[in-house]
Design a protein around this ligand. Structure first.
Ligand code: MLT
Ligand code: MN
Length: 304
């Protein structure tokens, strides 16, 4: 069995974003017909139903755990007064929406923290993460393309995808589609089932496209529909590409890039609060669905 829970489907900021009055977030503040709220991007995975790994630790992790009984402390008679079924955490980059939740996991619980050497350097460069007791939280460097067991019977493998350094480490000049250890995708497999999780990707290379063929499920970067969406919505100047995210639309967008790929299910995740696909009847949502994509939501479950 390979079981996946979508803890958070949104990109950094979540939906609604606390200080945003663009159309999607505004539906919450008006309160008439709000969209379904979404927390920041993370999934939980298991192969045995009892040991769980989190892929990314979002700033919303506490609410995400409270929302899922699978992740609650188990029976105190058997497991004691301090317990969690979360055995490991894996990071796909060093951005705030994927690492800030680590600070919530600091209450003396033992787990393995998997990431590339480069992402571990982001953590070790920020002394606040010393709040995670090194005796209990083992920082494990994971080389790309080297499978490892993330929880019992579940294999994970990281692979580089084009991306950039975390926003808070950007200098004056930024390469937005570096291929290295800053941004990775994850291949998760159990029994003969395979799920790919790629919440950030600046560009789909031919090599990456080939790698994803025949996966059972693909979760992919759905940050923006239109590259210039922030400008269109009047909330910022940055394009999706400048943020290290390929848009859904356009000749080199993900809808086109994945048009003929052989994958069981294609699911957009890490969706920004400006993205029109959050609106169930938007033309953009219809276009994505017509191309065979699903839109992740908090509470989505997949069992293979
Ligand atoms: C991103 O995915 O581009 C980042 O999460 C941006 C951010 O940290 O706000
Ligand atoms: Mn992000």
């Amino acid at each position: 069995m390979l079981r996946i829970l979508v803890l958070g489907a949104a990109a950094g900021g979540g939906l609604p974003q606390w200080n945003c009055n663009a159309i999607n977030s505004a539906s919450f503040w008006r309160g008439d017909q709000p969209l379904q709220a979404a927390t920041q991007c993370s999934i939980a995975v298991t192969a045995d139903g009892s040991s769980w790994a989190l892929v990314n630790a979002s700033p919303d992790i506490r609410a995400q755990i409270i929302a899922r009984r699978e992740l609650h402390p188990r029976a105190p008679e058997e497991y004691g007064l301090r317990d969690s079924p979360v055995r490991s955490v894996l990071l796909t980059n060093g951005d705030i929406d994927h690492i800030a939740g680590l600070l919530t996991l600091r209450e003396r619980h033992a787990f393995d923290l998997f990431a590339t050497a480069e992402i571990h350097r982001v953590l070790s460069g920020n002394p606040i993460f010393n709040a995670l007791d090194p005796e209990l939280v083992k920082r494990r460097e994971t080389a790309p393309n080297a499978p490892f067991e993330i929880v019992p019977d579940l294999q994970a493998e990281l692979f580089p995808v084009p991306g950039k350094v975390p926003l808070f480490l950007e200098g004056d000049a930024v390469v937005t589609d570096l291929i290295g250890e800053q941004t990775v995708g994850v291949r998760l497999s159990a029994a003969d089932r395979t799920v790919f999780f790629i919440p950030g990707c600046a560009r789909l290379t031919a090599e990456l496209r080939d790698k994803l063929q025949q996966g059972d499920v693909l979760f992919f970067d759905g940050t923006v529909f239109h590259d210039d969406e922030m400008q269109r919505e009047g909330v910022g100047q940055k394009t999706g590409r400048r943020m290290g995210h390929m848009p859904m639309s356009g000749d080199d967008g993900s809808l086109q890039a994945f048009r003929d790929i052989d994958i069981g299910r294609k699911i957009y995740i890490h969706i920004n609060n400006t993205n029109p696909v959050w609106r169930p009847h938007s033309p953009e949502r219809q276009e994505a669905e017509a191309a065979g994509w699903e839109i992740a939501f908090d509470g989505m479950e997949i069992t293979l």
